[in-house]
Design a protein around this ligand. Structure first.
Ligand code: SF4
Ligand code: SF4
Length: 354
């Protein structure tokens, strides 16, 4: 008997306070908020482990599960510090209400050289709103001098992280090494239309090379386990709010102010409209409150509080509460498929001309 398990054979199994259970239709996950990890288990096993007052010994005696499987699972869960063994003492829970000062957390700007004179005003407004993260999208080549002078607008701003999406060029890595690394706020650059899929770290910047072409905002909204985030911050926000659009504002290529560039609804143009006036519009903020518990199918999915969301590309385009189109997961069977191959997605794929 493993020395980790043997002291706890007769003790009721409890989950560590920094771990949360999320139940789906067939599976559940133990979400480790402290280490941004999760483990997926069948629903009934999770209930037997944590909700039915079992001990390790009583589970073995029940003969509900294979002994070796249980032993390995316990070893894994104890090794990860997911379990607490107290005779009958419940641990106190923690407050999951996240308090943050930002009126806007992130902003997407689709760069358009013709709007360049309006961007300083936009960035001053974002600063006033204490915006924290920016994603700058360049769908076509941009001169290095233009990029640098644009990035300099963020000096002394509230922005802490700048993500840049730009097309591949022969000197892109030199430009990043020699010029972008000087700007501390730039933390990630996605280089599309590259000759390879690869990630390299250049000082503080994570540079992702992707073969895929990104010509417009239709290349957004993909749901994939690689994008899951089980951090405390993400989990607490996703329980109550939309995991993509909460406290997001976007400026599309034409300067239209939107929740996200891919959505058709706009709330004025940066030439004439102040961002803080848009935030007062309840139609703009309504999408922030569509959490996964309100979305059909997602509400039955074990990944719902660690998953991203998309309200721009929907499995049923006219139903704002339908599942994201670009998700191939079926929580009723617990399997992933390529969403593009699903018959039920065909109409929506045609609708959005994807
Ligand atoms: S709503 Fe969808 S398309 Fe818009 S930013 Fe979010 S994931 Fe992307
Ligand atoms: S069904 Fe919903 S919650 Fe589950 S993985 Fe897909 S988009 Fe995320």
């Amino acid at each position: 008997m493993n020395h980790l398990i043997s002291p706890h054979l007769h003790k009721v199994i409890l989950l560590h306070v920094s771990c949360k259970l999320i139940f789906g239709n067939q599976y559940s996950i133990i979400c480790d908020l402290a280490n941004n990890e999760f483990i997926r288990l069948p629903v009934q096993l999770t209930k037997d482990l944590f909700l039915n007052n079992h001990t390790y010994n009583s589970l073995i005696e029940s003969e509900l599960y294979d002994t070796i499987y249980l032993y390995d699972l316990f070893e894994k869960l104890i090794g990860k510090n997911y379990l607490n063994f107290y005779d009958d003492t419940l641990l106190s829970d923690f407050d999951i209400n996240l308090l943050e000062p930002y009126s806007i957390v992130n902003c997407i700007i689709e760069f358009n050289i013709e709007l360049i004179k309006y961007y300083p005003k936009v960035i001053r407004q974002l600063n006033k709103l204490q915006c924290r993260d920016i994603q700058l999208r360049f769908y076509s080549q941009v001169k290095l001098s233009q990029l640098i002078s644009f990035l300099k607008l963020f000096n002394s701003s509230s922005i802490m992280n700048i993500d840049i999406i730009l097309p591949y060029s022969h000197n892109v890595i030199d430009d990043i090494s020699n010029h972008l690394t000087i700007i501390n706020r730039v933390t990630r650059v996605i280089v599309f239309a590259s000759d390879r899929n690869d990630v390299v770290q250049v000082k503080q910047i994570s540079v992702m090379f992707v073969i895929q072409e990104i010509k417009n905002n239709k290349h957004c909204g993909f749901i994939h386990p690689n994008y899951f985030n089980s951090s405390f911050r993400n989990y607490t926000e996703n329980i109550n709010y939309n995991s993509c659009l909460n406290r997001k504002i976007s400026i599309d290529y034409h300067g239209m102010i939107k929740n996200c560039p891919s959505l058709s609804n706009s709330f004025g143009n940066i030439k004439t409209t102040q961002l803080d006036d848009v935030l007062k519009n309840c139609h703009f903020t309504a999408l922030w409150f569509i959490n996964k518990d309100k979305i059909r199918i997602c509400k039955d999915c074990e990944f719902r509080y660690i998953c991203t969301d998309c309200r721009a590309y929907l499995s049923e385009p006219l139903d704002i509460l339908s599942k994201p189109l670009k998700c191939g997961y079926d929580p009723y069977r617990g399997i992933w498929k390529d969403w593009k191959s699903l018959v039920e997605c065909l109409d929506a794929i045609n609708y959005y001309e994807l």
